[in-house]
Design a protein around this ligand. Structure first.
Ligand SMILES: CC(C)(COP(=O)(O)OP(=O)(O)OC[C@H]1O[C@@H](n2cnc3c(N)ncnc32)[C@H](O)[C@@H]1OP(=O)(O)O)[C@@H](O)C(=O)NCCC(=O)NCCS
Length: 174
């Protein structure tokens, strides 16, 4: 397929989704729990997700990046101390300066040999220069139907997210 979709950035060389994919794993220890001591603090998981998504954005843009928005964080299953947690981050959409990264979290109970998808969320990163001003990112090269579908969904979110007068972000797909 190899279509470069964000043509506004066509002066920059396009990069594939595979180019910037990141996989990170961690075993969470007692110091990563909340006050109860059994379950991993949600912020620890979000930090790992943010790190993986940021590295993906960095790989794609070859630029300093900042987290602008996180959407879809829903912890449906608890993550326990000792669980082996894997975070997979991949770029789903890139526009002028912003990049949407899908982050999937899988948890494994190693003793029980059982693993499950803990959550999927979307991180929006923006490429910035040393003064914090936004800058262009390379186009995303789409290589499969699945990537095209994810790109189109990201494009819809990008075109519908607005900040209202109370500075709350509203997205048509929320
Ligand atoms: C990210 C930041 C540089 C954006 O600055 P800005 O003046 O709002 O820039 P723009 O309005 O040009 O928006 C930049 C991009 O983000 C997109 N965007 C803005 N608000 C958005 C939202 N709520 N959801 C999704 N995308 C959004 C814009 O559409 C634009 O995308 P494009 O260039 O790809 O078309 C600025 O808000 C910032 O520095 N935020 C702090 C980031 C930070 O420090 N994060 C660490 C955690 S504290």
């Amino acid at each position: 397929m190899n279509a470069q979709r964000n043509t506004e950035n066509s002066t920059l060389e396009g990069r594939t989704v595979d180019h910037s994919k990141v996989v990170m794993s961690q075993v969470f220890m007692p110091q990563h729990t909340g006050p109860g001591g059994f379950f991993v603090h949600g912020g620890e998981i979000i930090k790992l997700m943010d790190t993986a998504a940021g590295l993906t954005a960095l790989r794609h843009s070859h630029s300093q990046v900042v987290t602008l928005r996180i959407e879809g964080i829903n912890f449906h299953y608890p993550i326990r101390v000792g669980n082996y947690v894997t975070v997979e981050a991949k770029l789903t959409f890139a526009s002028r300066s912003s990049m949407e990264i899908q982050v999937q979290v899988t948890t494994e109970d190693v003793l029980k040999e059982k693993s499950w998808e803990a959550l999927i969320a979307y991180f929006i990163f923006v490429a910035v220069d040393k003064d914090g001003k936004t800058k262009k990112v390379p186009p995303l090269i789409i290589s499969s139907e699945e990537e095209r579908k994810l790109f189109e969904d990201g494009e819809t979110r990008h075109s519908t997210c607005r900040i209202d007068e109370q500075s709350r972000t509203l997205c048509a797909m929320d």
